[in-house]
Ligand binder design. Structure first.
Ligand code: ZN
Length: 64
């Protein structure tokens, strides 16, 4: 009889929350939203903000 040991599953640690880019108003808005979500215990909402901060094109400082 052969006992097959399944390969262990290693979960990756969650990514570090991205830092908002200074001068980027979108980052600032999502950073505030993320803080509010965390304060409300809304980890999913905070994660959404992290994704948005990572993937949007950052505006230059002073741009509208
Ligand atoms: Zn940004």
């Amino acid at each position: 009889m052969t006992i097959v040991n399944p390969a262990p599953v290693y979960l990756k640690p969650p990514l570090d929350p991205p830092a908002p880019v200074p001068g980027c108003r979108k980052c600032e808005a999502w950073d505030r939203q993320r803080s509010a979500a965390l304060a409300a215990g809304n980890a999913s909402g905070a994660s959404d903000c992290n994704i948005e901060i990572r993937r949007h094109p950052h505006a230059e400082a002073g741009a509208p």
